[in-house]
Design a binder for this molecule. Structure first.
Ligand SMILES: Nc1ncnc2c1ncn2[C@@H]1O[C@H](COP(=O)(O)OP(=O)(O)OP(=O)(O)O)[C@@H](O)[C@H]1O
Length: 514
């Protein structure tokens, strides 16, 4: 690493002809060439599977390029050397947090590079270092708090502090706003602007164009592993960027509900869970959803959403209250009972709950279809029929995948989500729970999934949409309920005047309208 004044003026990072082919033959990047200006906020955009994460993994030293060079401060570097990122001052905040829940904030931040006195961890020094970090970067968190007691926004601050804790000069953030409410996003952006003003370079991966515009000054667009262009945002309008990302225009309309007098399908009466974890706790929830109705749930992550999904999928039993689906009492039903009664579920955590990473796409796509005679003959699987069904799903949902025998974890995040959605929406569900259905999914795939969710509603499903993406919520939901501390604090009819900003005070528990 060189600090000579001449070097300090050139780009902090240059990619020169970087290509990556994974061992299974997937070409993730081809000849990527662009510079990142020192001290800038640089956005990377592109559809699912465009190669954004692969490029960031190369820069962080987690993958090595098959061809081409990465230059730091103008000098070619070998990203495969041990502790490459630490040595070059590169920090990364992943979309999925990597904190250890039972450790304190300080313990998490110093994990892996603890200050020591002889063979012992120097706890006083660690504490001082973390206090100094929180002050220097103006990111207030209690250094002694156990991480699992913190809100999602506070946990993210800890992730950022951890990434900044080793003389970091370049900070990579992978979709950092996915789990935050509008005021929290605003605060995060202000902190990032401060960091940038203090000389930090920030790389920001996002699918949300308005956020890219609000924060970054330059954007690089990737499409199918190639750099389409790198441009100052001031010189391009949104239509141009969308076209660069997609190769065409997309129009994302608001949903138009067909029937308002359809029968009630789902009814909850005064349902409570007495869970210890606040994310699982709901209190006295009463709600009903009709066929062809999409009820959207807004709320800061951890406000009871998991409890609500739990009692509606048999993963948790209510401590009191009752639940009916299409007139049948489901209060004490388990997961198989809910499945049989017509539940389809798009899980937020698609890796843990949606699919099995190490199984093939075909195995994942048919999971839960036991007894389907078209796919099974007695105890035998009809492999040919399964392959054809899965190929159809891949085509219908525009999943970018090699073949039906590929492992699920070789797909990019957004493509895995589309495959799970294809499976869950294959029948005619009575109740569809869509939990963060498009998190990490690009504009085209989101439009496709929104269309399918709307179609499921028109086909007669009651839909519960839980999402942190308020634009998505307002585009799809007919009614919006806001959860705070496990209770419904607002019940609002959706109309074109309802904005994400208007939902903020309810989400933070400052106002009620139930
Ligand atoms: N470990 C791997 N093995 C094989 N192929 C992979 C692996 N990781 C990623 N790929 C493939 O490389 C391509 C680029 O994936 P990458 O994760 O970089 O995309 P992305 O732009 O980050 O997408 P997303 O927005 O969905 O996260 C995809 O086709 C993906 O299936």
């Amino acid at each position: 690493m060189s600090n000579s004044p001449q070097m300090a003026e050139g780009p902090i990072v240059s990619f020169r002809g970087v290509s990556k082919t994974y061992p299974n033959g997937t070409v993730a990047l081809t000849d990527a060439t662009f510079d990142i200006r020192r001290g800038s906020i640089h956005a990377i955009c592109g559809e699912n599977g465009a190669g954004k994460s692969t490029l960031m993994k190369i820069l962080f030293g987690l993958e090595s390029p098959s061809a081409g060079q990465v230059l730091i401060d103008g000098a070619a570097v070998d990203t495969a050397t041990p502790d490459f990122a630490g040595k070059h001052g590169i920090g990364m905040v992943h979309q999925h947090f990597s904190l250890v829940p039972i450790l304190t904030v300080t313990e998490n931040i110093i994990l892996g590079h603890e200050p020591r006195r002889a063979i012992f961890i120097d706890r006083n020094k660690a504490h001082r270092q973390v206090v100094e970090l929180t002050q220097r970067f103006d990111l207030a968190v209690d250094p002694d708090a156990r991480t699992d007691t913190l809100s999602v926004a506070a946990q993210q601050k800890v992730e950022i502090l951890k990434a900044l804790s080793r003389d970091t000069r370049l900070l990579i953030l992978d979709e950092p706003t996915a789990v935050l409410s509008p005021p929290e996003i605003e605060e995060l952006f202000n902190r990032l602007r401060d960091l940038c003003a203090a000389g930090m370079t920030i790389l920001f991966i996002s699918h949300k164009l308005h956020e890219v515009r609000a924060l970054a000054e330059t954007v690089t667009v990737l499409r199918a592993g190639k750099v389409v262009g790198t441009t100052p945002l001031a010189e391009v309008d949104d239509t141009t960027i969308t076209r660069m990302v997609m190769g065409r225009d997309v129009d994302v309309p608001r949903r138009q509900r067909q029937r308002t007098d359809a029968p009630v399908v789902l009814e909850l009466d005064n349902v409570s869970t007495r869970a210890r974890d606040p994310a699982d706790r709901i209190e006295d929830i009463s709600l009903s959803i009709r066929a062809d109705e999409i009820v959207g749930i807004a709320g800061v992550d951890g406000s009871g959403q998991r409890g609500l999904v739990g009692v509606l999928s048999g993963l948790m039993r209510p401590a009191s209250g009752s639940i009916r689906l299409d007139g049948t009492d489901m209060t004490r039903a388990g997961t198989p009972g809910w499945r049989e009664a017509g539940l389809a579920y798009l899980p937020a955590d698609r890796h843990a709950r949606g699919g099995t990473a190490a199984l093939s796409l075909a195995d994942n796509a048919i999971a839960g279809t036991d007894g389907d005679k078209a796919l099974q003959w007695g105890p035998f699987l009809r492999r040919g029929a399964i392959r054809r069904r899965v190929q159809q799903m891949i085509a219908d949902y525009a999943v970018r995948a090699g073949g039906t025998g590929e492992r699920l974890d070789s797909l990019s995040g957004g493509n895995a989500q589309k495959l799970i959605a294809a499976r869950e929406l294959a029948g005619s569900p009575k109740l569809l729970i869509a939990d963060q259905p498009t998190r990490g999914v690009d504009v085209a795939a989101a439009a496709l999934l929104h269309g399918r969710i709307d179609l499921a509603a028109r086909d007669g499903a009651a839909v519960l949409l839980i999402t942190a993406d308020l634009d998505e919520l307002l585009r799809l939901a007919d009614r919006v309920l806001v959860l705070f501390n496990g209770k419904i604090v607002a019940d609002l009819a959706n109309h074109p005047g309802l904005t994400p900003a208007a939902l903020g005070p309810y989400m933070l528990g400052l106002e009620t309208a139930a």
